[in-house]
Design a protein around this ligand. Structure first.
Ligand code: GDP
Ligand code: ZN
Length: 355
């Protein structure tokens, strides 16, 4: 096992890196993203890395701009602890956020996560519908989902809740724990073997930090901070956003990941609501809206009690949300594309005039 493999390096990334190796570049994984630069771990050291000119000026979109967890091809600066990011290797999975700032429509908040733990608290805030929404989000990312039910110490009717959850999540593993009491953490720790990257997702207050602290066995990522000046002479402290656990796995915990609430799209919804989607294919009419149409299999299932009314309502709500979102996303994307074409063509006109 090499130091790179401990960071998650595997044959997939190695095969994509071959052409860059010939150019004398080195592979590294992004551990911190800051406004103007990144930190990247090479297996031996951590280098402060900036985007190369080509990436900065010719980036086609978020696939060319790295996020935490990305594997990149670096050109180290001789004699310094810095490097230039020349290329971002293809991702196995990604979580992204839509429309931040003007120039970027989509932004990667974390990349190459193998396992995403959807964290819920077994207290009054517990909400099955919300869990379904997080499953949709996870399904669109390419990461394997797992469900964490934390604060088991606060739950009076544990077995009922757990079986409700299992009924909704089907094949997805469910881990019940009390992070505060350090109970039930072992299976999660074991699922994060050496070289496996995990992340915890869920609303604030469910216990993500507590779980992460327990897995780290020390006080949070805070204890390993990077201190430096931000160019304006101000002192900034930033947190490690990717760390290797004492037990082997790798954890990604970025502010972006913590704020993530957007739902990625239809691919996800189909997977998470496979039962409803496949029911709908048996309606008499292909474009059935499951409203008043005759021969509607979805309505029949609700009436017969084989499809939970609440689950169906959640499905409808989510569908509307995705539609609304993709509409506003399209409008923005169109505006940006229009502006790009306008700039390109006006530059060309100017150039032709000069000649
Ligand atoms: P985060 O916002 O998801 O990171 O949640 P935190 O880790 O900050 O936890 C929120 C609150 O829940 C804190 O007061 C924790 O002490 C508490 N908490 C975390 N895990 C448990 C647990 O297993 N049981 C109980 N009762 N409280 C917990
Ligand atoms: Zn129908």
């Amino acid at each position: 096992m090499t130091d790179l493999e401990r960071l998650g390096w595997n044959p997939f990334f190695a095969s994509h890196f071959t052409p860059y190796e010939k150019e004398g570049l080195i592979p590294a994984r992004i551990t911190i993203e800051q406004k103007t630069h990144f930190f990247a771990a090479t297996g031996e050291e951590e280098l402060r890395a900036s985007l190369g000119g080509k990436l900065r000026f010719e980036a086609r979109g978020e696939e060319d701009v790295p996020g935490v967890g990305d594997w990149v091809a670096l050109r180290p600066t001789p004699g310094e602890q810095t490097a230039t990011i020349v290329h971002v290797l293809p991702r196995k999975s990604k979580f992204s956020r839509k429309a931040v700032g003007r120039e970027r429509v989509e932004q990667t908040v974390a990349a190459n996560i193998d396992l995403v733990f959807l964290v819920n608290a077994l207290d009054a805030t517990f909400n099955l519908r919300r869990l379904e929404r997080y499953l949709v989000l996870a399904a669109g990312s390419g990461a394997q989902p797992a469900v964490v039910l934390n604060k088991s110490d606060l739950c009076a009717d544990l077995s009922r809740l757990v079986s409700d959850v299992r009924a909704v999540v089907a094949q997805v593993p469910v881990y019940v724990m009390s992070a505060a009491r350090s109970e039930g953490l072992e299976p999660v720790r074991n699922s994060l073997g050496v070289g496996v990257t995990g992340a915890f997702l869920g609303p604030s207050g469910v216990g993500k930090s507590t779980i992460i602290n327990r897995l780290l066995g020390r006080e949070k990522l805070k204890t390993r901070t990077v201190r430096e000046y931000d160019g304006k002479g101000r002192h900034t402290t930033s947190y490690r956003e990717m760390v290797v656990l004492p037990s082997g796995g790798i954890l990604i915990d970025t502010p972006g990941m913590r704020e993530l609430q957007l739902w990625e799209g239809e691919e996800g919804i189909e997977e998470a609501f496979e039962d409803i989607e496949s029911l709908a294919t048996t309606c008499r009419f292909r474009d059935c809206r499951h409203d008043k149409e005759p021969g509607c299999a979805v309505r029949k299932a609700i009436e017969e009690g084989t499809l939970d009314r609440g689950r169906y309502a959640g499905y409808l709500k989510l569908q509307r949300e995705i539609e609304r979102q993709s509409r506003s996303y399209d409008t923005r994307a169109q505006a940006i594309e229009k502006e790009r074409v306008r700039k390109l063509t006006s530059d060309q006109k100017r150039n032709t005039k000069k000649r």
